[in-house]
Design a binder for this molecule. Structure first.
Ligand SMILES: Cc1cc2nc3c(=O)[nH]c(=O)nc-3n(C[C@H](O)[C@H](O)[C@H](O)COP(=O)(O)OP(=O)(O)OC[C@H]3O[C@@H](n4cnc5c(N)ncnc54)[C@H](O)[C@@H]3O)c2cc1C
Length: 486
């Protein structure tokens, strides 16, 4: 089946029953639920884009296996041109959502494309797992399925790091093995996009060794979201059912986060990719290079976000008449720097891309991963800059309805500025507020701080691939220069 349309995606969500809970109620249909429907529509618009004749060539590629046109993020890039084509596609999607849907389907698609190419890695212990991976990639790419993922175990305490914190009864583990598959029990966080996905992938970026290297916690598998025993518990929605004027981002891009409970869920053997092998689990992201590929996707999302915040900041200063002030220049200059750094890292990751041992054109890991680490602190700072530039105007926010009251005349008169009508000012500042002040905006900051793991883990991840010896040798060479001073 070729790349899906938005309606085909929504139809898939309607016809696959799943157990989703929110605010004390079971959600019967995510495509009509007031807290989720707009997010589903946003994802659907991404799928429509890939079927639009204007974008078709940029958004899809021809499957070498079936001849079907598949979503471009499923491509296994073999050349630099294909890597760049994939970035163009990801950037098109990211710009559509202003970078506000970090878990758009391309995130998981590039992961499984990398794993498919490196399928033999998964077969190192048990050859059948390599075949499982290849078959699964074929299934999701040919059916254009949407995946969520949950990597982190809920932790009952933080006395030890998450990597070792595997309490029985909380962390997800295998409780039974049978000829049908594995039975798993436990709780995972945080399945962003969970209620809007067709499938859930479960793996782990970090796990301590266990006896004989085998662990019932070492797992990599995928399941349909409607699998019996699987329950998604959503946070409250940040889509308050307001107009796009009042709530421009939250009313469009609520991607939702959910806890996932696994209540003795059967994982059929053909959906298992790693079981028990801690070494394989720990090495997955680095050896298959899936981490570099997801960073590449993240860089596109970051760039779209930078472009949005920079554009809003420029309009804010123009609207308020503060663009001539030195402090505005300083703050805008900082936003330009983040935007250009993001572009530069993305371009460097592509320019220095190399074929890896799996024959995949892999983005250069260092510049790609740098985009993740940089954004953990850059994005909160970008939001802070919007607050500093916007000040009380971020609270001068009459709603669309206020413009239809007897106060409309006063609003139009007093809220206009030298450069903007009251309506244009208020519309712009609703957007700035939704980036910098709303609950939707706060969640974006939290997302950028943590979605790719905690800051210490990220710092260690970057340090682990940095050629430290080069840096030290340069200093040692300097220290070894002849001392010609008396
Ligand atoms: C909005 C959002 C969306 C997300 N989406 C997804 C998703 O789609 N899929 C997914 O799998 N995950 C997702 N995550 C979860 C993300 O992977 C985790 O938040 C991240 O790995 C950090 O884990 P944690 O939240 O348990 O934080 P913790 O591990 O508790 O860390 C919290 C803070 O405490 C510090 N800390 C932790 N342990 C110690 C210790 N022993 N000593 C000292 N300091 C310590 C950390 O450095 C950090 O600053 C998402 C997170 C957020 C916020």
């Amino acid at each position: 089946m070729p790349a899906r349309t938005g309606e085909e995606y929504l139809q898939g969500l309607r016809t696959e029953p799943r157990e989703i809970w929110m605010c004390g109620e079971r959600v019967e249909d995510v495509t009509t639920h007031p807290g989720l429907a707009n997010g589903a529509r946003a994802i659907a618009s991404l799928y429509d884009m890939q079927c639009d004749p204007k974008y078709r060539d940029a958004m899809t590629f021809v499957s070498p296996r079936t001849g079907n046109r598949l979503g471009m993020s499923f491509i296994v890039p073999r050349t630099r041109e294909e890597l760049e084509a994939r970035r163009t596609m990801m950037l098109n999607w990211a710009r559509t959502t202003c970078g506000m849907m970090g878990r758009s389907p391309d995130f998981m698609n590039v992961t499984f494309a990398a794993w498919n190419a490196a399928a033999d890695y998964f077969g190192r212990g048990r050859p059948e797992f390599a075949d499982n991976m290849r078959r699964y990639y074929d299934t999701i790419s040919e059916n254009d399925l949407v995946l969520t993922h949950s990597l982190i175990n809920l932790q009952r305490s933080r006395h030890v790091s998450g990597m070792f914190n595997l309490q029985e009864g909380t962390a997800l583990q295998v409780v039974k093995e049978s000829s049908a598959g594995l039975v798993v029990r436990g709780a995972r966080v945080l399945a962003t996009l969970g209620p809007l996905a067709d499938e859930i992938a479960v793996y782990s970026p970090r796990l301590a060794q266990h006896t004989d290297q085998h662990s019932p916690f070492a797992l990599n598998f995928a399941l349909p979201c409607g699998t019996p025993g699987l329950r998604f518990l959503c946070r409250d929605t940040f889509d308050y059912g307001r107009s796009h004027f009042d709530h421009p981002l939250g009313s469009r891009f609520e991607e939702m986060d959910a806890i996932v409970f696994f209540d003795d869920v059967l994982v059929p053997w053909d959906r298992v990719f790693i079981y028990g092998d801690v070494g394989l689990l720990n090495g997955t992201a680095a050896v298959t290079h899936s981490s570099a590929h997801t960073s590449h996707q993240g860089a596109a999302k970051n760039l779209a976000k930078c472009e949005l915040v920079l554009g809003v900041a420029l309009l804010v200063t123009e609207t308020l008449g503060s663009s001539h002030l030195p402090h505005s220049d300083e703050r805008i200059g900082e936003l330009i720097m983040y935007t250009e750094l993001m572009k530069a890292c993305m371009r460097a990751a592509e320019a220095d891309a190399q074929l890896d041992e799996w024959g995949v054109m892999c983005p250069a890991p260092l510049p790609a991963e740098t985009t993740r680490n940089l954004f953990m602190t850059a994005y909160p700072r970008m939001v802070e800059i919007l607050q500093l530039l916007g000040s009380s105007s971020l609270m001068i926010l009459p709603t669309k309805a206020d413009f239809r009251t007897p106060l409309a005349g006063q609003i139009e008169q007093y809220l206009q500025t030298d450069t903007a009508t009251a309506r244009d000012r208020v519309k712009l500042f609703h957007l700035a507020w939704d980036i910098a002040c709303s609950s939707f905006g706060s969640r974006q900051v939290l997302y950028e701080r943590f979605f790719a793991s905690d800051p210490l883990t990220r710092a260690r991840a970057l340090a682990s691939i940095y050629p430290k010896k080069e840096a030290m040798d340069r200093v040692l060479d300097f220290l070894a220069r002849d001392d010609t001073t008396p």
